[in-house]
Design a protein around this ligand. Structure first.
Ligand code: ATP
Ligand code: MG
Length: 400
C-alpha cells in the first residue's frame, strides 16, 4: 500500500463538445471543485487528457476518499467519477493497485459478480500494449478474486488502467455524475426562490446548465413571521454543497402585498404580486449583471400558472430580458422526485407562511388580460416601490 497514492478521476462529457472553449471549461470545473472540496484532504487537482485528476493526501482512508468521490458526483459538469490509485508505471505495482481498487469497488457493491480490465497507454514509450496489460492484470485479479467472472460485455465492475508519461492510474469504483456544464459557464441568472418545492429544483436545473444562480426570496415580513426566510437559507445551503447557488437576497414584501390587496380586484392580486416580484428581481438582475430570470412555474400546475398569465407576468420586464421556466413541461411528481434527490424536499415541505399565502384570493384569474392588469396597476406607485424594495433587499446567503 505504501507506494499507492489515492486519486479520483473526474470524467465529463459535454465539455468535450465545446471545441476551442474546452480549456476554459475544464479550468472552470477544476476551480469549482477546488472551491467545493475544502472539507476533504485534497492535495491538488490536475488536468490530464480529457479528464481531471484529484490527488488526495497520503494516508487518506478509503471512507474519506469515497465520500469525496460521492460529493464530486453532484457537481454540475461531472459525468462520472472513479476512485483509485496512482502508482509506478510497472506491472507489479499496477497489479497491486488493481487488486486494491477492485476490492474497494466490491465493498461498495456486494452483488458485483464480474469484471473486466480496460487498459490504455497515453504514451507508446511504455513497452506493453493495452491488450497485453488487460490480460496480465486480469490474470492477477482472477487469482485475487476467484469468485468473479471475467465478462467483456457489461461487467459489474470495470477496472481502468491508464499509463501516462511518468505514472499509472488504476481505478475501479465508478459512479455516475449529474452531468451538465460547470457552474459559471453560462452567465448569471436571478432565480425567484420561494420556500416551496418547485423553485429550488428550477434553480438547480439552471445551475446544471452552467448558470450562476442568485436567489431572490420575497417574504411576507412584516405581515408574517420570517420563517420562510430561514427555510430559504436552509435550501441555499443544500444547493451550495454542489455550487448550485451563489447568493440569496431576501426582500420583505408583506406591506406591499397588503397595499396591493387593498386596491386591486381580488382575482388579479396574484398576478400583480408576481409582476411586482418580477420588476424587483429584474432590478436586482441589473445590479448583479444577470442576464435572465428563472421561476419554478409549471404549465397548468395551479390555476395561476396558465400560459396567458405567464405572458402577462413576462410583460412586467423588458421583452429582451428572458424569463426561463425550466419546469414548465415537468410533472409535479417528477419535480418532487428531483427535490428528494437534491435534498431540498424535506425543507420545502415545512410549512411557512410566505407572502403568497398572505392575502390570497379565493379564485384567481386564470386568463388574465394585459390591458385589465395594467388598468388595475395604473394607480400604484410601482417605480417607487421597486426602488424601495431594492433598497430593502438584504443578502442573506453568500457561497464561500
Ligand atoms: P414553488 O413550489 O416554487 O413555491 P408553487 O408551486 O408554490 O412554486 P407559485 O406560488 O405559483 O407556485 O409560484 C410560482 C413561482 O413564482 C415559484 O416557483 C417561484 O419561482 C416564484 N415565487 C412564488 N412565490 C415566491 C416568493 N415568495 N419569493 C420568490 N419567488 C416566488
Ligand atoms: Mg410556493
Amino acid at each position: 500500500m505504501s507506494d499507492l497514492q489515492r486519486i479520483i478521476l473526474v470524467h465529463y462529457h459535454e465539455i468535450g463538445l465545446k471545441g476551442h472553449n474546452r480549456a476554459s471549461f475544464e479550468m472552470r470545473l477544476l476551480r469549482n471543485l477546488e472551491g467545493l472540496l475544502g472539507a476533504f484532504p485534497l492535495v491538488t487537482i490536475h488536468r490530464i487528457a480529457g479528464r481531471l485528476l484529484v490527488f488526495l493526501k497520503e494516508g487518506t482512508g478509503y471512507e474519506e476518499a469515497n465520500a469525496c468521490a460521492d460529493a464530486i458526483t453532484g457537481v454540475p459538469g461531472v459525468a462520472r467519477v472513479s476512485c483509485g490509485f496512482k502508482c509506478l508505471r510497472e506491472m507489479g505495482p499496477m497489479g497491486c493497485a488493481a487488486v486494491e481498487a477492485l476490492g474497494e469497488a466490491l465493498a461498495h457493491d456486494a452483488a458485483a459478480d464480474s469484471f473486466k480490465v480496460s487498459a490504455r497507454r497515453n504514451h507508446t514509450d511504455f513497452p506493453i500494449d493495452s491488450m497485453q496489460m488487460n490480460r496480465d492484470i486480469g490474470a492477477v485479479l482472477c487469482e485475487a478474486y476467484p469468485q468473479l467472472a471475467v465478462r467483456m460485455k457489461e461487467p459489474a465492475v470495470t477496472v481502468g488502467v491508464e499509463v501516462v508519461q511518468n505514472a499509472a492510474y488504476v481505478y475501479a469504483r465508478s459512479i455516475r455524475g449529474i452531468g451538465g456544464l460547470p457552474v459559471g459557464s453560462a452567465g448569471k441568472l436571478v432565480c425567484l426562490l420561494s420556500s416551496g418545492i418547485d423553485s429550488p429544483v428550477a434553480t438547480w436545473r439552471m445551475a446544471r446548465r452552467g448558470g450562476t444562480c442568485i436567489g431572490v426570496h420575497f417574504s411576507g415580513r412584516p405581515q408574517t413571521s420570517d420563517a420562510s426566510e430561514f427555510l430559504v437559507e436552509d435550501i441555499a445551503r443544500v444547493l451550495a454543497r454542489t455550487g448550485c447557488i451563489a447568493k440569496v437576497y431576501v426582500v420583505p414584501f408583506g406591506d406591499y402585498q397588503r397595499e396591493i390587496s387593498l386596491v386591486v380586484p381580488p382575482s388579479l392580486r396574484i398576478i400583480i404580486y408576481r409582476r411586482l416580484m418580477f420588476r424587483v428581481a429584474h432590478a436586482i438582475a441589473r445590479r448583479e449583471r444577470a442576464r435572465g430570470l428563472v421561476t419554478g412555474e409549471s404549465l397548468g400546475q395551479v390555476a395561476s400558472q396558465t400560459i396567458e398569465n405567464m405572458a402577462v407576468t413576462n410583460a412586467a420586464v423588458p421583452n429582451d430580458f428572458p424569463v426561463l421556466r425550466p419546469l414548465c413541461g415537468t410533472d409535479k411528481l417528477e419535480i418532487i422526485d428531483e427535490a428528494k434527490r437534491l435534498g431540498t424536499f424535506d425543507i420545502s415541505s415545512q410549512d411557512a407562511p410566505d407572502c403568497c399565502t398572505l392575502f390570497m384570493p379565493r379564485s384567481p384569474e386564470t386568463h388574465a388580460k394585459l390591458a385589465d392588469v395594467e388598468a388595475a396597476e395604473a394607480d400604484l406607485p410601482l417605480q417607487q416601490w421597486v426602488e424601495e424594495l431594492l433598497e430593502a433587499a438584504e443578502v442573506r446567503f453568500s457561497a464561500r
